[in-house]
Design a protein around this ligand. Structure first.
Ligand SMILES: Cc1cc2nc3c(=O)[nH]c(=O)nc-3n(C[C@H](O)[C@H](O)[C@H](O)COP(=O)(O)O)c2cc1C
Length: 339
């Protein structure tokens, strides 16, 4: 069985990749994922906020150094800890360097921000540290109701432009699903230089705590049912963004979820929640299970299975379109829910 896969100019042994999570935030963690059979690993993001805070702290330090006495009780740093936002800039670069030396699989760093200002030079530093490619995560919640859809999209393309101007390595964009025309934006990003699209960012939704009377951010691990949204868009985009690879993220718990994403058209399939839930060793289960599914389907290569059930390949495209809405409503039987 040939499961070889191309992603971001890299040749991977198979299509199952560990996506950004705390599991890949240390060299030991990355090695564990490699030992468990990950074809590639994405590091936790370096956040724009973190870069800005580090820069402000440095600026504060140099001003203090120039103007005042060194022994001030309590120190000069802001009260909030820099450690509270992901891993730091220098830590990220050092991890890229060490992973490059210690691992045989590609280890891809991730940059995460929402403006095109000030922090994107880290892309160049990442490349210089040995990054084989960069994942750019634009986790943007368009909560400003005066901002138009066109402005939101321009923002994403503008950030990509700035990052692409910094580096020569391939750049993948990790996108959220909440655009009025995700396919059009995807194509715009590919034209602007994205060589991969990672679909989709999983937005962490607020919860209302009735006891505390507060709105709280929440982070639950995903379930397989959540794979359907990215699955639809992978299926729709397959064959329409030929210059870019499609990476699926969200909802992969078992090998059947990996196989479904491949059939929809994913080049690589990423997983984080399942690895956090079952441990890094679960990677082996996913890869072995994918191989088994391919064998049962009598595929000789993963490439033969890729996109076999995409929008482009199925005779009846209803499942990917509005018609699906009508069929699903029509198929509902109240009796299905009786106790
Ligand atoms: C605890 C945790 C930390 C994460 N950190 C990052 C991150 O730093 N950058 C990023 O792009 N995605 C991050 N993600 C998102 C995952 O990479 C992944 O895209 C998302 O969880 C959906 O995949 P899943 O259903 O397999 O979990 C994180 C997810 C979890 C659960």
């Amino acid at each position: 069985m040939d499961m070889t896969t191309r992603y971001l100019g890299l040749t991977l042994e198979h299509p199952v990749v560990a996506s950004a999570s705390p599991l890949s935030g240390t060299l030991d963690g990355i090695r564990r994922l490699e030992d468990a059979g990950a074809a590639a690993v994405v590091m936790p993001s370096l956040f724009e906020e973190r870069i800005q805070r580090e820069r402000e702290a440095l600026r504060g330090l140099s001003e203090v150094g120039a103007e005042s006495h060194a022994e001030v009780p309590g120190g000069y740093f802001p009260a909030a800890s820099l450690d509270s936002i992901g891993i730091g800039g220098e830590e990220t670069l050092e991890l890229i360097r060490r992973a490059r030396e210690a691992c045989d699989i590609p280890v891809i760093p991730s940059l995460n921000g929402t403006t095109a200002r000030g922090w994107t030079h880290y892309a160049k530093l990442m490349q210089q540290a040995g990054a084989p490619a960069i994942e750019l995560n634009v986790y943007y919640v368009a909560a400003d109701v005066t901002e138009s859809g066109a402005e939101v999209e321009d923002r994403v393309v503008g950030i990509l432009d700035t990052v692409c101007a910094e580096v020569s390595v391939p750049v993948a964009v990790k996108l959220g699903p909440f655009y009025s025309a995700p396919g059009h934006l995807a194509r715009r990003l590919v034209t602007a230089g994205a060589t991969g699209l990672v679909l989709f960012n999983r937005f962490y939704q607020p919860e209302i705590d009735l006891q505390a009377m507060r709105a709280l951010p929440t982070l639950d691990l995903s379930t397989s049912a959540e794979a359907r949204l990215p699955l639809r868009w992978i299926g729709v985009l397959y064959g329409h963004v030929d210059d870019a690879a499609l990476a699926a993220t969200t909802g992969v718990q078992g090998a059947e979820d990996v196989m479904k994403y491949i059939l929809a058209g994913a080049d690589v399939v990423m997983t984080a929640s399942a690895l956090l839930r079952y441990g890094a060793g679960h990677m082996k289960t996913l890869v072995t299970g994918l191989r088994a599914f391919l064998e049962v389907g009598r595929y000789e290569t993963v490439a033969q299975a890729r996109g076999a059930l995409s929008h482009k390949s199925v005779d009846d495209t209803a499942a990917y379109e509005r018609a699906n809405y009508l069929q699903v409503l029509d198929s509902f039987r109240p009796a299905d829910f009786s106790p």
